[in-house]
Design a protein around this ligand. Structure first.
Ligand code: ADP
Ligand code: MG
Ligand code: ZN
Length: 615
């Protein structure tokens, strides 16, 4: 075997011993199994050294030698061996002496790589890594090259508009905006049977503008038209026209209309048209070339197709006032349909639409929900029922009950529920404040009834008193307005009467703000004060119609002074009334506060029973 004094060889020897040990044990078991030759085993155990090799060469006993250049191990096949097992011998690197001796004896010599050497493996790995890097680099370069090319071909391939061949939405899915629906029914007829109109020489309108606050169902309505008429629906948002590169918007408009023409009859819906359709040349910051180009392209496209080509463009906005006049002239968006917040009946209709695919217990009265949600848009109502459904699922209930719906309404109106306050002086003060609102409001003729009082914080509020508007109030009377002011002041009045003027808190700031606004409107807008029926303030347009909320003052200093006096008189009068009610009902208020602190929430029945009024 190897020489003992070389440490490397020692190691090798050790491992070799281990190897022979394993082999022998393997063979042993084999021996047991077949009961066969013990001779082979012995032979295997004989070690074959370098000197053995040399002597065997000398004796011409060797048939063939194979040398592995990586490991420098020679496999020596002996002539007189029955089996084919070679002897393994470690030889020295570059052993010319040995080679020449082998040559002399004319022994068959082969150089054969085992291929399993570590150096070979490492070399292979390095090669693989290099290849990998090269491929990665190549891909990277190709990608950046293609994105650079993409920057040059903008607007062409990147179709930013969506196309739906069938929207699957019908008019019955849209509720609560009946007038708008009626107007749009006609558009469906245009799209379905244009011949009827063209035969008698009528020009079919090309563009239609839906105006209304967010969430009222403008997109839904446009989809319903496409669905009813069974035509494809193309949609793009105005903001998607405008991009980094000048000219992208215009090319997108061209792309959109080219696609639309290929698919006519169809409906093109442009959401948020105010993003591109603002008046040209008057933009903040010195105009916007990109937007103007886009708008010009839009106008050109709308002029470009014939009235009977079967394309109808519907645009939506909540700011019609900022639109460029050219967009609104005949032949473009000449028809305008207002889509406003739904009224009581409308809300009921929308709730019915969205309740259809939900499991709701039969006791739930959708009408009550509609009554509780004035000012909700269609999207708000849809969201409300969805929240209730989520809550129901979280509670592992089978169907939505009134309880979940109530919680969902509270959350939508007033925000997320907070953790209840700990019992403290400030909790008592809040309780008096809320009970003050409830008692004063209920005892003032003309006020809406209390729905519930709660001390559970929500959103910004630390306590809340909810009122149910009795019916959809189109017109509000003078006494109702005064009752509202009195009720709003009931909270602060209770704080003053129970805790003293020095102890009142900032909690009433929102009440006071609303009181002041109401009183000002009574004087300057509704003409219900001693100043007589005079419009002293221009009606501010609803904000969604683009009106600004600043007041237009067109009166003298003298009148301004009188207005202030009137406002103060109204508020003072209502404040006095509120304080009188608090004083008179103090014992009941005290017991109501105790009940409220204990239960956190008082509902209408409990409250009215305690107060001794019947609803
Ligand atoms: P807008 O485009 O006016 O902002 P959407 O049409 O996008 O509002 O409305 C959002 C969602 O609110 C709709 O998908 C629908 O579920 C619901 N919704 C809004 N208005 C109505 C309505 N009148 N009837 C039924 N659902 C409505
Ligand atoms: Mg929309
Ligand atoms: Zn208050």
């Amino acid at each position: 075997m190897f020489k003992k004094n070389s440490p490397v060889r020692k190691k090798a020897k050790k491992s070799n011993k281990l190897l022979t040990l394993i082999i022998s044990s393997l063979l042993c078991s084999q021996t047991v199994a077949i009961g066969g030759s013990a001779f082979a085993q012995q032979n295997q155990n004989n070690e074959f050294s370098y000197s053995d090799l040399l002597s065997k060469i000398q004796e011409e006993q060797i048939e063939r030698i194979e040398i592995d250049p990586e490991t420098n191990i020679a496999r020596v096949y002996l002539k007189d061996r029955e089996d084919d097992n070679p002897e393994m011998v470690k030889i020295f690197n570059d052993n010319r002496d040995l080679i020449s001796k082998i040559r002399e004896q004319d022994i068959d010599l082969a150089v054969q790589s085992s291929g399993a050497s570590t150096s070979a493996i490492i070399g292979g790995l390095q090669l693989a890594l290099l290849l990998f890097l090269i491929i990665g680099l190549f891909l990277l370069i190709r990608k950046s090259a293609s994105s650079a090319a993409g920057a040059m071909s903008f607007g062409k391939s990147k179709a930013k508009f969506q196309m739906e061949s069938e929207t699957g939405i019908e008019f019955k899915d849209v509720a609560g905006i009946e007038e708008a629906k009626e107007e749009l029914q006609e558009v469906v007829t245009f799209l379905k049977t244009p011949d009827k109109f063209t035969a008698i020489g009528a020009r079919i309108p090309r563009g239609l503008l839906l105006i209304g606050p967010p969430g009222t169902g403008k997109t839904l309505l446009a989809k319903a038209i496409a669905g009813e008429a069974e035509v494809p629906f193309f949609s793009i948002s105005g903001s998607e026209f405008v991009e980094m590169f000048v000219g992208v918007g215009a090319s997108r408009v061209r792309d959109l209309f080219r696609k639309a023409k290929e698919n006519a009859p169809c409906l093109v819906f442009i959401d948020e048209i105010d993003a591109v359709g603002r008046q040209r040349g008057s933009g903040y910051g010195g105009g916007n070339d990109e937007r103007e180009q886009t708008l010009n392209q839009l106008l050109t496209e709308m002029d470009g197709f014939e009235g009977n080509s079967g394309i109808i463009v519907i645009a939506a906005t909540n700011r019609p006032d900022v639109l460029d006049g050219a967009l609104l002239r005949p032949g473009r968006f000449d028809r305008q349909v207002i889509v406003d917040y739904p009224d009581l009946q409308g809300r009921l209709g929308i709730l019915e639409v969205h309740a259809e695919n939900k499991k709701i217990v039969p006791e739930v009265d959708l009408k009550t929900i509609a009554q509780r949600t004035p000012g909700f848009s269609g999207a708000d109502l849809a969201n409300l029922l969805n929240e209730a459904a989520i809550l129901t699922a979280r509670r592992r209930k089978e169907a939505i009950t009134t309880e979940e719906i109530d919680l969902a309404i509270d959350r939508v109106i007033a925000g997320m529920e907070g953790t209840p306050l700990v019992d403290s002086k400030s909790k008592r003060l809040i309780a008096y404040h809320e009970v003050g609102h409830a008692v004063v409001a209920t005892l003032t003729p003309g006020h809406d009834p209390v729905e519930k009082i709660t001390l559970i914080p929500r959103g910004q509020a630390r306590g809340l008193t909810w009122f149910t508007p009795d019916e959809e109030q189109g017109l509000v009377s003078r006494s109702q307005l005064f009752a509202r002011i009195t009720g709003l002041l009931g909270g602060r009045a209770a704080e003053e009467m129970i805790f003293g003027e020095d102890e009142v808190t900032t909690g009433a700031s929102n009440d006071i703000e609303r009181v002041t606004n109401l009183a000002r409107q009574i004087v300057t807008k509704f003409g219900m004060s001693n100043l007589g029926p005079m419009a002293l303030e221009e009606d501010a347009q609803p904000v969604f119609l683009g009106g600004d909320s600043s007041h237009n003052r067109e009166y003298s200093q003298d009148i301004a002074y009188k207005i202030d006096l009137q406002i103060r008189a109204i508020i003072a009068q209502c404040h006095e009334n509120a304080k009188a009610i608090i004083t008179e009902y103090r014992p009941i208020i005290d017991s109501l506060v105790d009940m409220l602190i204990e239960t956190e929430t008082l509902d209408r029945t409990t409250f009215e029973k305690a107060l001794g009024v019947k609803s």
